[in-house]
Design a protein around this ligand. Structure first.
Ligand SMILES: Cc1cc2nc3c(=O)[nH]c(=O)nc-3n(C[C@H](O)[C@H](O)[C@H](O)COP(=O)(O)OP(=O)(O)OC[C@H]3O[C@@H](n4cnc5c(N)ncnc54)[C@H](O)[C@@H]3O)c2cc1C
Length: 357
């Protein structure tokens, strides 16, 4: 199988075609995407995210964004799972705990083990509650965990969960939780309105002792700062939203070939898509034309409108289960809730209420 060496590599387009062909069944069946993840391994997608010293291709952020735009347009569920995997891997290889990175990275890169993230309770979930969702107690040889991480994508398929926990003095730790440790239990997957094949659910920890050699970062108050990637301040959430919007706009143009009345709205959405995508790529290259929160707000707005425009164009046919337009609409709603910072949520709500300027 050809290894993808750049976002312009024809092998990436080939992989996207394979993902697109599988996306409808994946959405309807809800089974874990074993085949798609194996394809990611075989086409070398996993290696984009690992630096050369770990045997990866070490793509820069702009190339990763360009690759992810294509993959998310083809199959959001697989790309989303990959995002959580990549966020976990990034944090492991960026850790000052070099021994941990050396131990885990080769297996993750080869696709022999799967890793995911359980960090939302430190950022965007359960922040209004007085008690931490997952409490950590420092012990001489490690950290004892009690509680849960409420949203963990692919948690029951994972060997390692990069998990956050809070000490009584409010300092936090980030740990590589080995899911085989006694006391770790995956709860039932949440039944979702989209992305069901992501198998997202809670991970419970009942007196789990994580050895100190599995500490990724902390204890410190800003344990989430630093590593870019799958955090609320990163570009990945916007990238995936813009990817899905792109798929919807392409669909509109394909329809417009036979229906000239669609050309004006399709053109308007494409102009907006190109502008937002341009700002995204500029940010990935280090040139900040707008804040990441502004970008996310615009990406959320665009993906909701573009997917609904695709559904409107597809008419009743698009409302039948199995048509991609209906799936894109459900998937677009995910961006309203996934790792959504307070300011972005507030801006989205104002727009929905017709209050934006
Ligand atoms: C499909 C899916 C996959 C995900 N995958 C992952 C993953 O792999 N890893 C990860 O770390 N995270 C993941 N997340 C978590 C995600 O990024 C967000 O953290 C999550 O969507 C936040 O929603 P919440 O209901 O937990 O928010 P909360 O803020 O906990 O809100 C829960 C409820 O509390 C109430 N509430 C909210 N705020 C207040 C308030 N101020 N006062 C009183 N009541 C309030 C509301 O009624 C709300 O419905 C995933 C989420 C989804 C939906």
């Amino acid at each position: 199988m050809p290894v993808i060496h750049s976002p312009d590599d024809p092998a990436l387009d080939e992989l996207c075609r394979r993902f697109s062909a599988l996306a409808g069944d994946l959405d309807r069946g809800g089974a874990w995407p074993v085949e798609q993840l194996a394809l990611c391994r075989d086409y070398g997608v996993l290696s984009w995210f690992f630096p050369a010293e770990f045997g990866g291709q070490g793509w820069d952020e702009a190339d990763i964004v360009r690759g992810e735009l294509k993959l998310s347009a083809a199959c959001l569920t697989t790309m989303f799972i990959l995002t959580q995997w990549a966020g976990a891997c990034r944090r492991i290889v960026a850790s000052e705990n070099a021994a941990l990175a050396a131990r885990l990275a080769p297996h993750l890169l080869a696709g022999r083990t799967f890793a995911t993230l359980g960090i939302s309770h430190l950022t965007t979930s359960r922040r209004h509650l007085s008690q931490p969702a997952l409490a950590a107690e420092e012990m001489p040889n490690g950290f004892r965990l009690n509680g849960l991480s409420p949203w963990v994508t692919g948690g029951r398929h994972a060997h390692t969960i990069v998990i956050g926990a809070e000490l009584a003095d409010r300092r936090r730790v980030l740990l590589a939780l080995d899911t085989r440790w006694p006391g770790v239990r995956a709860g039932d997957d949440a039944p979702l309105i989209g992305l069901n094949a992501s198998h997202t659910g809670p991970i419970y920890c009942d007196n789990v002792l994580v050895p100190r050699h599995d500490l990724i970062a902390g204890p410190s108050e800003d344990v989430m700062a630093g590593a870019r990637g799958s955090n609320t301040g990163g570009l990945q959430t916007s990238t995936l939203a813009i990817g899905v919007a792109g798929a919807a706009v392409d669909f509109l143009f394909a329809e417009a070939e036979r229906r000239a009345d669609l050309l004006v709205p399709a053109g308007g959405l494409r102009a907006e898509l190109l502008e937002v995508r341009g700002d995204l790529l500029a940010a990935a290259l280090g040139e900040e034309r707008c804040s990441t929160q502004d970008l996310r707000t615009r990406a959320n707005s665009l993906v909701l409108r573009a997917t609904q425009a695709a559904l409107a164009a597809a008419k009743g046919t698009g409302y039948v289960v199995g048509h991609p337009a209906g799936r894109w609409c459900r998937e677009a709603l995910f961006f309203l809730v996934w790792s959504c910072p307070q300011q972005v949520m507030a801006a989205n709500l104002c727009e929905l209420a017709g209050l934006s300027e």
